[in-house]
Design a protein around this ligand. Sequence first.
Ligand SMILES: [Zn+2]
Length: 156
Amino acid sequence: MYEYRANLFAWVLYNISMEKMRKSDAEWRAQLTEAEYGVTRHKGTEPPHSGALLNEKREGTFLCVCCGNPLFSSETKYESGTGWPSFYDVIDSDRVRLESDHKLIMPRTEVLCAKCDAHLGHVFSDGPRPTGQRYCMNSVALKFKPTKPRVEDPLL
Ligand SMILES: [Zn+2]
């Protein structure tokens, strides 16, 4: 019985943490910068080599810029040469939602935040081992939380 309750508790906590975040278009526009808003809420793509997180090499976690959902670990970040931050895996597959994208002639798989539906980027199957996946992300759709804050960083 105790175990059942503990599991139920964990399940409830998990569902609270993954509860959908819904905001109006005006609320998103007020919260985000123009670039963040265009990419995440209107499926835009930032120019390659423009992102602030492209060369981020510190240890830490990449969160959804809209809702703070932890999406990628620095451990799975790699240099893909595409000009966009690339990862070979998600922290947990439940953190993102995948959808078919037919905007270009070649169909692609769109990656969205499972919590707030932000457009993050696309996933391709030409990534490195062990997954073979390449999560090609827009830098402006993410924010970085370092594991060890630098001395000069304000408290997070
Ligand atoms: Zn989100």
